[in-house]
Ligand binder design. Structure first.
Ligand SMILES: Cc1cc2nc3c(=O)[nH]c(=O)nc-3n(C[C@H](O)[C@H](O)[C@H](O)COP(=O)(O)OP(=O)(O)OC[C@H]3O[C@@H](n4cnc5c(N)ncnc54)[C@H](O)[C@@H]3O)c2cc1C
Length: 439
């Protein structure tokens, strides 16, 4: 018992960033009994770092930010087992060995699963996604037998897979349904830069190309891929990277309200008492304006975990994700975005200023409201930005002029400033003079 009431038994299903953040913050603020369950791995690791293990930059152990004895020291019990279903009447989780574990409160932090769209051949040996530790192990096991790989899906995980295979000298066919890389998110200039960069790396990029069937040999190992455009790609391995979906199938008969994910209100509460959901598996019923109901990114999982731990320790707190941001790498080009920058210009709702280096792979684009001139967002490639500046500019109402004025300070790399800032400002002055109204 602590000063906030009797100790409860809190069970957290999932030891990813959202479940583990919930557990750590619960422990900071309470003496509740905490059990974290995951079938995948005994200890929390950084999923985002899996690619670097394959590429030899890190060992798997380096992806685990806490020493193995941290959990025992902090009285957080870890259980490596699969939960088959919930018994919500009796408030228990049921493991696949038939054993059960009772809870006073249950936090579902069960993440996503890679999408598969029922393609013929998708279950062949050598066809996989990249999500779990096991995926990395499977790829590692087959790696020596792969000379040519096909990666399907032009998003962030697709480009990671292409880089991974390429780093070990495999020929990579990269099949992208869209007419330009990630062009639902990246505006045309940025998207074109990445197309060219992929080609320059030696990636066999196939735009406007969709997967039709995957063909296997007599041993059920993949041998080639066919596109709906009637092209054929011989390969010994296929990476499916066509997005992820909340991992909710095992919850279908639980009585939980499910949409695409586990539906939660602003307090991350489900429709059932004492059951909550955080991270990739949670679907917000009332997302903030301009935000998606499901945001499968690292930092939102972390914020949800911190928020829910507050509620579970007596300080009921609504989820506030703050301004949107995301970052990634397209081979060696760093990508950052904060706030809203539309891929396709909509002059009525959003004005944009763009600068791209004539020879190097770096660019920056700012968006702002065309009438109020309020700063709305940024996309940068090859230029590292300081999070705190953009977060502050977006949290408060800041004019585009103010952002331009202080932009130099927001660049992470001080050498960058003298080289490009004058060029950027000259370019934007020209663009601003042709735009109405002019800030
Ligand atoms: C390759 C890759 C790269 C990424 N890169 C980035 C990036 O650069 N930036 C970014 O913001 N995001 C990135 N993401 C997304 C980010 O990693 C996820 O949003 C985040 O890890 C989700 O965390 P989570 O805690 O919600 O779920 P997860 O990390 O998926 O954790 C859920 C855990 O629950 C376990 N589990 C589920 N169901 C059961 C069950 N029934 N029984 C037992 N255990 C179960 C799972 O095995 C898993 O271990 C990347 C994702 C991948 C796959």
């Amino acid at each position: 018992m602590d000063e906030k009431g009797p100790n409860k038994s809190i069970v957290i299903l999932g030891n990813g960033i959202s479940g583990i953040t919930t557990a750590r913050h619960l422990r900071k603020n309470s003496s509740h009994s905490i059990t974290v369950i995951s079938e995948e791995s005994p200890y929390f690791f950084s999923r985002t770092a899996l690619m670097y293990v394959y590429m030899g930059h890190l060992q798997f152990d380096h992806t685990q930010p806490y020493e193995n004895d941290f959990w025992e020291q902090n009285k957080i019990d870890l259980v490596q087992k699969r939960v088959q279903r919930l018994n919500t009447q009796e408030q228990t989780v049921v493991f696949d060995d038939g054993n059960t574990l009772a809870f006073d409160a249950l936090v579902l932090a069960c993440g996503s699963l890679p999408n598969k769209f029922g393609w013929p051949g998708q279950e062949l040996k050598g066809v996989q996604g990249l999500y779990h530790k096991k995926d990395l192990e499977n790829l590692e096991t087959l790696s020596d037998s792969i000379a040519t790989a096909t990666v399907v899906g032009g998003g962030l995980i697709g480009v990671e897979l292409a880089e991974m295979l390429h780093s070990r000298g495999k020929k990579v066919h990269f099949l992208i349904r869209e007419s330009s890389f990630w062009n639902k998110v990246l505006p045309p200039e940025e998207s074109a830069m990445i197309n060219l960069h992929l080609l320059a790396q030696g990636i066999d990029l196939h735009l406007s190309t969709t997967l039709d069937t995957i063909e296997g040999d007599a041993t059920d190992r993949v041998v080639r891929v066919h596109s709906t455009q009637k092209e054929t790609f011989d390969c010994e391995w296929v990476g499916l990277a066509v997005g992820v979906s909340p991992n909710i199938d095992f919850l279908k008969d639980s009585g939980l309200a499910l949409g695409k994910g586990i539906q939660v209100n602003r307090y991350l509460e489900t429709n059932l008492p004492n059951i909550y959901a955080v991270g990739d598996c949670a679907e917000q019923l009332e997302p903030q304006a301009g935000r998606k109901a499901i945001e499968a990114v690292w930092y939102t999982g972390r914020i949800m975990g911190e928020t829910l731990a507050q509620t579970l320790t007596g300080n009921k707190t609504a989820y506030q994700p703050g301004p949107w941001f995301n970052s990634a790498k397209f081979f060696d080009i760093e990508y950052q975005t904060y706030g809203k920058v539309s891929a396709l210009a909509n002059p009525e709702k959003e004005s944009q200023l763009y600068w791209g280096h004539s020879k190097k792979n770096c660019s920056i684009r700012l968006s702002y409201h065309p009438y109020t001139l309020t700063f709305m967002g940024v996309i940068s490639l090859g230029i590292r930005l300081r999070h705190d500046y953009f977060d502050r500019w977006l949290q408060t109402t800041t004019s585009i002029n103010e952002v331009i004025q202080d932009l130099t300070q927001s660049f992470f790399d001080p050498e960058f400033t003298p080289n490009y800032m004058t060029d950027i400002l000259n370019e934007w002055e020209t663009q601003l003079s042709t735009l109405a109204p002019n800030p």
